[in-house]
Design a protein around this ligand. Structure first.
Ligand code: ME8
Length: 651
């Protein structure tokens, strides 16, 4: 049977500054999907690159007294170094300054011009004096410059225009009849609404700067940077010569996926498909727009100055840990507040405690009870484990196929969690003491199978770790392929070889004043009584009564708990991911661990104080607070009667 093909791309990044962990997120997603599809037997082509033209780059180079190309050559080297340290295994890196790209852009422009969809006119557009940049209707944010936020001026110049308006009905029809074209769903709805407000023809050339690709027949005009940049997805495949890569990965391929951040989804789902339609080229299968990594000041970006350098994190924690953290924490499609504490917490809980420990405990027991030989069992497995492993594999694949990488990883950790639970419940040390070697063999074989299957599923993310696990288990690497992703596939015995911990635990530094005290029950009661007295005083003192206007300052929303876990090193705190809108998931740290088990909270509807200033609790930044009622001996979260959607306003 002929192999299926998969083409995945990242945005081509501006070499105007060093890349940060936001760019690293998109590229790691693409790399992971490429590895996942390869593991499933697809022919994969993975493209990334750099977007090197335009005024900003021209200006940045001039400030350094360099030619633009000298300047971008230097920065592109730093991109490639980062990707190599992150183990990004791309097939091609396209630079928009390369001849193959240059020629393709000119030819595509000419083709669309010749058939009458590009015409010359006068551009009346938006110009930001402070950034010295032109913007389109698409780029403005509520009428202001998307970069510096200042008011833009309307300016006039001669320009070529692309007849976008002619294609708006066709595009709308395409989006509506191809539900997978724009993902996730929330972005799709946003785009549909945007197109319905009407599309203007797009100015696709300018005469005020030189650093770009000129129009062949009118060299004073430089082609608009987005027309230039978007074309990279086909110029890299040799569209110009109808080359074999273009044949296989575009023309005859049903899985063409562009991964982008939500900032550039409009360019990819409106301008790019219309360019393709006009040039009679088929459209990509999916444009997936992930959310933003936020840090103090909002979206992480060079212009805000709140960026985090991935190279520093790789040196400190390792590439696999950073890869895992980014993919595991980033909710599908929504934004996420980055903090280094959350990174450490995630490494400690999942990678050190759950996965790493499971491996080292299992190997130690095989060493001790069976002189290092993995017992071979052919049947009599625990039924619940076999059925859990099937459902985990299904759920993993289902989520990975929908680009829901965080959910895919969560599924795998259900299996790993089952392994650790099995050790506690079956107490192998007791089985050994009792001489029940038959059951002990089953338990240890099952643990090895859990580790083996989990390692296969995690291998597209944890790319260095797989080899370490294989070495420690001593199992032939052919048992770590996708074909062997089935419980009970291990049918030969191997000898384990204990090694160093996969992910050593990282010490967490929690500020003294934030660290919840470990109180005994009596002390707890005293504290509670004291607090209650204080509160009674406040409410009975009329001077402290507030007006309805004061109350109206508080915003409350209905939220749904998606995930919950204990905060390491604290007794009272739980870290929750709470969905508070179609597209918004927040991290909320709540002092409720004495009253709720994390698993009890999943899917619970809660009331979130929505406009509370973020605060650090247990070393993690909390974005909101849950309302709870406290009785004498218990605390209960407030919830909502009926099935209201997340984000519903409480007043
Ligand atoms: O837009 N959170 O390049 P760019 C998540 N050259 N992802 C982020 C992010 C954040 N805070 N910040 C950046 C361009 N990204 C154009 C693209 S494509 C034909 C041309 C990621 O260097 C995310 O993928 O500004 C976003 O879309 C991309 O970097 C923007 O990179």
């Amino acid at each position: 049977m002929e192999k299926k093909s998969f083409y995945v791309t990242t945005p081509i990044y501006y070499p105007s500054a060093q890349l940060h962990i936001g760019h690293t997120l998109t590229t790691t997603m693409a790399d992971t999907l490429a590895r996942y599809k390869k593991m499933k037997g697809y022919d994969v082509y993975f493209l990334t690159g750099s977007d090197e033209h335009g005024q900003k780059i021209e200006k940045a180079a001039a400030e350094k007294g360099m030619k633009p190309i000298e300047y971008t050559d230097g920065i592109v080297k730093t991109f490639k170094k980062l990707w190599s340290k992150m183990h990004i295994d791309y097939d091609d890196f396209i630079r928009t300054t390369e001849k193959r790209h240059y020629d393709t852009v000119q030819a595509l422009f000419q083709k669309i011009y010749d058939q009458g969809d590009i015409y010359k006119g006068e551009y009346e557009g938006y110009y930001c004096t402070s950034c010295e940049s032109f913007f389109t209707q698409f780029q403005l944010e509520e009428g202001h410059c998307p970069d510096c936020g200042k008011v833009v001026d309307i300016v006039k110049e001669e320009s070529y225009f692309f007849k976008m308006s002619k294609y708006s009905d066709r595009l709308l029809e395409y989006i509506e009849s191809h539900p997978h074209f724009i993902q996730p769903e929330s972005r799709r709805n946003e785009m549909i609404n945007f197109i319905k407000t009407g599309l203007e023809d797009l100015s696709v050339s300018g005469t005020t700067f030189d650093w770009g690709i000129p129009i062949t027949m009118d060299k004073g005009h430089i082609i608009y940077v987005w027309f230039d940049a978007l074309t990279n997805y086909i110029s890299a495949l040799d569209y110009l010569n109808d080359g074999p890569l273009y044949e296989q990965f575009w023309k005859n391929n049903d899985e063409i996926v562009h991964l982008v951040g939500k900032d550039i989804i409009r360019f990819h789902t409106i301008i790019w498909p219309i360019i393709l339609m006009a040039a009679d080229i088929k459209l990509p299968t999916t444009v997936f727009g992930h959310g933003w990594l936020l840090s103090g000041g909002g979206k992480m970006s060079k212009s805000v100055g709140n960026v985090v350098d991935p190279l520093v994190l790789i040196d400190k924690y390792g590439a696999d840990s950073l890869r895992y953290f980014l993919l595991r924490e980033m909710p599908s499609g929504s934004d996420y507040y980055y903090s280094e504490d959350a990174l450490v917490n995630r490494i400690n809980i999942d990678l050190a405690n759950d996965y790493g420990n499971l491996l080292s405990r299992t190997i130690s027991m095989i060493d001790k009870y069976f002189s290092g030989n993995i017992p071979l069992i052919k049947g009599g497995f625990d039924e619940d484990l076999v059925s859990l492993s099937k459902s985990v594999i299904d759920s993993y694949q289902n989520h990975m196929d929908k680009f829901e990488l965080s959910l895919g990883l969560q599924a795998v950790f259900k299996l790993i969690g089952k392994g650790n639970k099995m050790i506690e419940e079956s107490a192998p040390w007791t089985l050994y003491k009792e001489g029940n070697l038959e059951r002990l063999s089953v338990v240890l074989y099952q643990l090895v199978e859990i580790i083996r299957m989990s390692t296969i599923m995690l291998s597209p993310v944890l790319v260095e770790t797989k080899a370490k696990v294989i070495a420690q288990l001593g199992i032939d690497k052919e048992y770590f392929t996708y074909e062997k992703l089935e419980f009970g596939s291990l049918d030969q015995s191997f000898k384990v070889a204990k090694g160093t911990p996969l992910f050593p635990r990282i010490e967490i530094k929690v500020d003294a004043e934030e660290k919840p005290k470990k109180t005994e029950n009596d002390e707890k009661k005293k504290e509670i009584n004291k607090m209650e007295k204080q509160n009674n005083n406040i409410t009975s003192n009329k001077d402290n009564l507030i007006s309805i206007d004061d109350f109206a300052k508080c915003q409350f929303k209905v939220g749904k708990v998606l995930e919950a876990e204990k905060v390491e090193g604290t007794e009272k705190l739980l870290k929750l991911s709470v969905k508070v809108g179609i597209d918004e998931v927040r991290t909320v740290v709540a002092g409720i661990a004495l009253y709720y088990q994390p698993q009890d909270l999943i899917d619970m509807k809660v009331i979130v104080v929505y406009n509370l200033k973020p605060a650090k609790l247990g070393g993690i930044e909390s974005h909101g607070m849950l309302l709870a009622a406290k009785g004498e001996n218990d605390l209960r979260l407030l919830t909502v009667d009926g099935n209201l959607e997340e984000g519903a306003v409480v007043s």
